[in-house]
Design a protein around this ligand. Structure first.
Ligand code: MN
Length: 493
């Protein structure tokens, strides 16, 4: 079962009429065989759909116009089995508004040394046919991915899968609606931004809604539903004594459940894919949403705190891209450091909202006072995230462009207990090392809010950045600060 069975990637093969009908029939057979093999590949999460070969400018224009308007089509794979003079592609490519992957493959993996003749040469021209196609794409400044290799290679399937996942994330953003309850946190710089420009570039809209409208939904929630959700909490998590029946904070738990139900109803009614809020604007709410946010984001909604709508949208896209993969994607903040432990480690957390998709082991449902917000003690889930390779990604506005800063990290088990820390937490060592990674991140302008991913390789985010026109800055095992600064100086010039 494909993780994205509702979507399609179209496989389009270019040729021309120079070679005669017999050759074109063979091109069709071969193209169909490649598309079927890719579609059958368990490594590729999106169905691959064969489209009839295109041999004229009119056919090329028609199939691209169709792809543009077909809702289920999230991208195109193109391949030139023979030569396909690329001026024929100009008008089609001019209108293309879906992601493009140029597959530079060849039907035969090896040269048939004994039998190769000019008939074979006429048919197997990808080596130069794809260069002609590549030229026109570069000349037209088209953003695309080029994948090189034989179509049966596992690494080719993996690269197609990565790009397809990125395309699914990009597709999900188009027309997506997000809610911002209140404005962003007062005086904070990195969470500000140009929502008009973002909608023009990224396709999603962010609009404000009054917290009071949410409160009204919450207040109308049937108490029976509240009791049912409280029971679900009790069967899913280890409950704090104070939250149990006859516990001192039982009503706080009911209130938290009411917030979750009201929020979910609000999001569903407005067809929203995510939300952001701020502790500075909680009028009518008895407690800052904690468990509600954690559980809703675990279900796939985008979220970031303090009105940070850019991180919220990124969290949503990354959750979509990771569909079906083990591990999670969650809103995160670099919270505090240990400079000595293992060469420097980061304790990642937030006030309440890191979602349980990251959790490994016991999840406790607890209630504690919160120093900010001036509201009742919020209920939250407390857990430790699993260890393993992971990354942090940050979408920041640089004024004239957006940057996607990515840092590969190694998530570790906290070396000691944290018995008094009342929030979900993860701990990691950034690559290549703590000092280089932190300096590079700060010089790049990366935010304190991120999406922390346990299941997305950097390559998927690089493909996503290409589609979205983001400037990717990658901090990984190969980063050295001198080279990174040179790159930044060029990009900032
Ligand atoms: Mn924050």
């Amino acid at each position: 079962m494909k993780s994205f069975s509702q979507y399609e990637v179209w496989f389009i093969t270019g040729s021309q009429h120079l070679y005669g009908e017999a050759t074109l029939s063979e091109v069709t057979l071969h193209a169909r065989e490649i598309a079927s093999a890719l579609d059958a590949s368990e490594k590729i999460a999106v169905p691959i759909v064969f489209k009839p070969i295109v041999t004229t400018a009119a056919e090329i224009y028609e199939v691209i116009a169709h792809a543009n308007t077909q809702k289920s089509c999230i991208g195109l794979i193109t391949w030139m089995h023979t030569f396909s003079p690329a001026k024929m592609w100009i008008n089609g490519l001019k209108i293309l508004n879906k992601p493009l992957l140029h597959l530079h493959t060849q039907f035969q993996r090896t040269i048939p040394w004994e039998t190769i003749d000019m008939n074979y040469m006429n048919l197997n021209q990808s080596a130069h046919g794809d260069r002609e196609f590549g030229y026109i794409c570069t000349r037209m400044k088209l953003r695309r991915k080029v994948v090189v290799g034989h179509w049966k290679e596992a690494s080719v399937h993996q690269e197609i899968d990565y790009w397809s996942r990125a395309a699914a994330g990009w597709h999900d953003w188009q027309g997506a609606q997000f809610v911002r309850f209140g404005d962003n946190m007062r005086q904070v710089a990195v969470t500000e931004g140009d929502k008009v420009g973002a909608e023009m570039q990224f396709g999603f809209s962010v609009n404000t809604h009054a917290v009071g409208d949410l409160v009204e939904q919450m207040n109308g929630i049937d108490p029976v539903l509240v009791e049912r959700l409280v029971s679900l909490y009790e069967s899913s998590y280890t409950m704090d004594e104070k939250l149990k029946v006859a516990g001192s904070h039982r009503d706080f738990l009911k209130e938290a459940a009411r917030i979750e139900l009201g929020l979910k109803q609000f999001l569903e009614a407005g067809n929203f894919k995510g939300f952001t809020n701020t502790f500075e604007d909680l009028y009518g709410l008895h407690q800052l949403p904690g468990i509600a946010v954690q559980r809703l984001t675990c279900q796939g909604y985008g979220y970031a705190g303090e009105g940070d709508w850019k991180t919220m949208a990124l969290v949503r896209a990354m959750k979509v891209m990771g569909t079906g993969l083990p591990g999670g994607n969650a809103f995160m903040e670099d919270y505090t450091y240990d400079f000595l432990e293992q060469g420097g480690v980061v304790l990642g957390a937030h006030m309440l909202e890191v979602d349980e998709s990251l959790a490994e082991g016991e999840i406790r449902c607890e209630v504690h006072p919160l120093g900010i917000g001036g509201k009742a003690d919020p209920v939250r889930l407390v857990f430790t995230a699993g260890e393993g390779s992971a990354l942090n990604a940050s979408l920041v506005a640089m004024g004239d462009k957006y940057r996607l800063v990515i840092n590969k990290v190694q998530a570790i088990k906290p070396p000691r207990d944290l018995p008094n820390l009342p929030v979900a937490r993860t701990m990691w060592q950034p690559l290549p090392d703590f000092k280089t990674a932190c300096a590079a991140w700060i010089l790049a302008g990366g935010a304190h809010h991120t999406c922390f991913s346990q299941n997305l390789p950097v390559a998927i985010l690089e493909d996503f950045a290409e589609m979205a026109g983001l400037e990717p800055l990658i901090i990984d095992e190969e980063t050295n600060l001198r080279g990174f600064k040179l790159l930044l100086n060029q990009l900032n010039a």
